[in-house]
Design a protein around this ligand. Structure first.
Ligand code: SPV
Ligand code: MN
Length: 626
């Protein structure tokens, strides 16, 4: 270690922390922590190991420093983010691009030296009067070839507490890896806070991704999506690493779906935030292995996958005892849960769509709240924020998959892509092959903005494979990597497109929220060769009889032929319009689009035109049945 590093570290740490840090032999790591100290100027630095005592210390400090408050149920706490810090902030999240390098123009970016100087001056002295916490974590399971070591320096014990619940502890892995630990680093400060401990200088909120140094900086924010470096900030760095190393990092859930005879089929799914990802991963009776980020590697021709995380930072809106029994159970019994931005009254949390009466007053993300309260624009403030969330460890759930921590991962058989598409795609369809699935469902994924990012809701947009916000390589290269990845697989998973948001001509949703379980069960049967399908211009769709049976078995519902026809009719014009939109998007906004993408779009367009000649503009499934 360099002399200056030793001096700086010793000055700020007690003996125990210094011993913990220096037990890891990694000069680059020591230099990063020294730099964080010199920039942020904390009063002191506390280093956490994997010990139970250290894990508990973080939890206690978050409460003691009032970043969280205890609720009635043991282990439950509430954390509030400020009114303007309620989601990922795309506007102020920027990539730092070194001179001579370039990124897709659709990505928010700035010149590296300028950006570094801006964010480092915002961080300058930000931790005066506070403790800086140093955390060693892992993305992926312990002791696994999949995994990436990460260090986070933060002045927020809430962030440190969230790390405990959401990721694997990595101190021992850092010690084992020593100089070989090729780690990602985060430097975070909440900045100035008010008496509620929420960041106040929102106009100085910045989240910068210095990808050439595998480092992220975050300041004047607390919302976990902006501050827990291992979440979407690390995903941006990881996508670059995966690109260099020939594997894939995906914004996907992983789940085990049961089939006949005790069979279990592992599935992955990509959905934009707040479009049904967690609820698909949490279907009753199935198991959950990941709800947000999955890593894929080709191993002996098989697609093996792990969860980068070990917990859930989930949207709490609409979580109810009836629809989400597994998560409801965790949220209502003793055990560690951090609620954020819900309503609290007499030590109890309340949220939108929980299926219970909500008190007329309490404390929420704006402070003291009462029914009918308005913001300065005259809009009524809801009892809880729509993006209010819970953080829990996955293994607290009764439906947690037993393979969660398997260092070799699980073999995937199904990949699905789902957006918010009111007009075109049917609720579920299977692609003709790997390339068709990646392109026509993944790269053509259309959606509408939701409350999970700050900004206007309901604006139609393309969110390529639901990962566009996080792709820090040319978007076309990312699609190409996905196409190429398929070539490494002898046992390719089947790819499905889902659309939970199809509407009829009057704008009414054609499906209920729990119908997704039927689609997933159909995929399970389909991938195992148990059911037939009907070929349409956009993919293979289910046969009525099969769905009827699954609706009965899974939901105890009578599924009518009329509902089937309304849901699975191919709307030719709407599909052609969709092809035009996504093709234009790729043409105008995606750099380095592989030729295959335009070929797949064109082939789909031609199939649609040909089918229209024969069957007209609205093609019912029966018309296509052989
Ligand atoms: C998402 O918005 O996609 C999330 C939550 O999973 S976070 O990215 O952490 O804001
Ligand atoms: Mn997500």
């Amino acid at each position: 270690m360099a002399e200056t590093d030793i001096k700086v570290l010793k000055e700020k740490m007690d003996e125990a922390s210094f011993a913990k840090l220096t037990a890891i032999q990694n000069d680059k790591l020591h230099a990063f922590i020294t730099d964080a100290i010199q920039v942020c100027e904390p009063d002191n630095v506390w280093v956490s190991s994997d010990s139970d005592e250290d894990v508990e210390y973080t939890r206690k400090m978050a409460v003691k420093l009032k970043e969280e408050a205890e609720l009635n149920i043991p282990g439950h706490t509430i954390h509030f983010d400020g009114p303007e810090d309620q989601g990922r902030d795309r506007e102020v999240t920027r990539y730092l691009v070194p001179k001579g390098d370039s990124l897709s123009q659709s990505l928010n970016q700035c010149e590296r030296e300028e950006g570094l100087s801006e964010i480092r001056s915002l961080l300058k002295g930000s931790m005066r009067g506070r403790t800086m916490v140093v955390r060693f974590m892992l993305l992926g399971p312990n002791d696994s070839d999949f995994s990436i070591p990460c260090v986070e320096c933060t002045d927020s014990f809430y962030v440190s507490h969230a790390l405990n619940l959401l990721y694997r502890l990595g101190y021992e892995d850092f010690k084992r890896l020593g100089e070989k630990a090729d780690f990602q680093a985060t430097m975070h400060s909440s900045g100035k806070v008010d008496e509620r401990k929420t960041s106040v200088e929102v106009d100085k909120k910045r989240i910068y991704i210095d990808y050439s140094a595998d480092t992220v900086y975050s300041v004047n924010t607390q919302y976990a999506g902006n501050t827990v470096g291992l979440k979407k900030l690390a995903l941006r760095l990881t996508i670059r690493k995966a690109d260099r190393e020939g594997w894939l990092a995906e914004h996907m859930f992983l789940s085990g779906v049961h089939g006949p005879g005790g069979r279990k089929t592992y599935m992955a799914g990509a959905f934009p935030s707040a479009c049904g990802k967690t609820s698909t991963a949490m279907l009753p009776g199935e198991t959950i292995l990941a709800d947000d980020i999955a890593y894929f590697r080709a191993v002996d021709g098989k697609l093996m996958a792990v969860n980068a995380e070990s917990g859930i930072f989930g949207i709490i809106q609409n979580v109810s005892a009836k629809n989400d029994p597994a998560i409801w159970d965790v949220l209502t019994k003793p055990g560690e849960v951090i609620f954020s931005n819900v309503l609290v009254k007499d030590g109890r949390p309340y949220w939108l769509g929980m299926g219970e009466d909500i008190p007329a007053s309490g404390e929420n993300f704006v402070g003291a709240w009462h029914e009918g309260m308005k913001d300065d624009k005259g809009n009524e403030i809801a009892c809880a924020h729509k993006n209010a969330r819970y953080a829990v460890a996955l293994d607290a759930l009764s439906n947690c998959d037993p393979e969660l921590n398997n260092p070799n991962g699980i073999e995937l058989k199904v990949i699905m892509y789902g957006g918010r598409d009111p007009k075109a795609y049917v609720p579920v369809q299977q692609s003709f092959d790997w390339d068709h699935g990646i392109v026509a469902y993944g790269a053509a994924l259309e959606t509408e903005t939701t409350f999970a990012t700050i900004g206007k809701e309901g604006v139609p947009e393309i969110n390529l494979m639901s990962i566009q916000d996080f792709v820090a390589i040319p978007l076309g290269k990312y699609v190409e990597n996905n196409i190429e990845f398929g070539k490494k697989l002898t046992n390719q998973p089947m790819i499905f497109g889902t659309n939970y948001f199809l509407r009829d001509a009057d704008g009414k949703f054609l499906n209920g929220v729990r119908d997704k379980h039927v689609w997933v069960k159909w995929m399970e049967l389909r991938v195992n060769g148990d059911v037939d399908a009907i070929e349409t211009p956009t993919g293979f769709i289910p046969c009525y009889e099969d769905l009827k049976k699954i609706f009965k078995d899974v939901r105890d519902e009578e599924y009518t032929h009329e509902a089937y026809t309304a849901q699975f009719t191919i709307r030719v014009q709407a599909n052609l319009d969709k092809m035009d939109r996504v093709e234009k998007f790729h043409h105008d906004h995606v750099d380095g689009v592989p030729r295959k993408v335009f070929e797949v779009f064109e082939a789909q367009r031609q199939r649609l035109l040909k089918a229209r000649e024969k069957h007209g503009d609205m093609i019912t499934p029966d018309a296509l049945k052989k």
